[in-house]
Design a protein around this ligand. Structure first.
Ligand code: 6GU
Length: 224
């Protein structure tokens, strides 16, 4: 998979995308993640990328010329399966969207800032608008990191079998069961006997039971 991310703050994306599983996925050649500094396409001596909104009101709007020039350059090199604009008014990200996106080959992400991007870019270029929840962030960068992480870990080969994405919370509309590691006893609290039993069938049954219990308690909406 190839992911291009257009941003005014490339440094903000660096750390989350270059550690742990995200870095390993890139090292293994399973995904290329490329950030493009929108400022390089900025207008005039000050490399301007934003301007006052028509109609007045507070905040700035990202101008369309730098974004269009940047995207036209990128689109000469590859055709994108989706051009995604990260925005609080987009469709809320969930596991099934992440599953769908993990099957794509080329993704282009646009991180908004200020009051957002000129509507005409959304009308002409953007194929999908995604939010990561009902709250407002200062920019789309953190949301882009969340989206990329959720998608990249689903690419076959990124997770080892032991880490299998199939046992994650949400993958089957159930939350993951409780987990334990050493020591067997701590402050009088013991690891459930079944997990020490060595009986795979009993362990699987216990985990499913716990998943159902946890989902009923914490997120009954997932079970419908
Ligand atoms: Cl994608 N962007 C911003 N700026 N805020 C958000 C968001 C995105 N998703 C939730 N809040």
């Amino acid at each position: 998979m190839h992911i291009d991310i257009i941003t005014v703050l490339p440094e903000l994306l660096h750390s989350p995308l270059h550690h742990s599983i995200m870095q390993r996925a890139q090292d293994k050649g399973l995904v290329n993640i490329n950030t493009i500094a929108l400022r390089d396409y900025g207008l005039g001596a000050y490399k301007q990328v934003d301007d006052y909104p028509y109609g007045g009101g507070g905040g700035m709007v990202m101008r369309l010329e730098p974004l269009a020039a940047c995207m036209d350059d990128l689109m000469k090199k590859r055709s994108y399966d989706e051009i995604i604009y990260l925005t609080p008014d987009g469709e809320t990200l969930n596991q099934s969207m992440a599953n769908g996106l993990s099957l794509k080959h080329n993704l282009l992400l646009i991180c908004g800032h200020y009051k957002g991007i000129d509507q005409r870019i959304r009308d002409v270029y953007v194929t999908k608008e995604i939010s990561i929840g009902d709250y407002v962030l200062s920019g789309g960068e953190l949301a882009a990191c969340v989206l990329v992480d959720a998608v990249v870990r689903l690419i076959p080969g990124v997770l080892s079998d032991e880490m299998s994405a199939l046992s994650d919370s949400f993958q089957d509309r159930l939350l993951a069961p409780p987990v334990y590691t050493r020591p067997e006893e701590w402050r009088g609290l013991k690891v459930p006997d079944v997990l020490l039993s060595g009986n795979d069938k009993l362990i699987a049954e216990w985990r499913l039971e716990q998943s159902i219990k946890r989902t009923k308690e914490k997120r009954p909406d997932l079970m419908e």
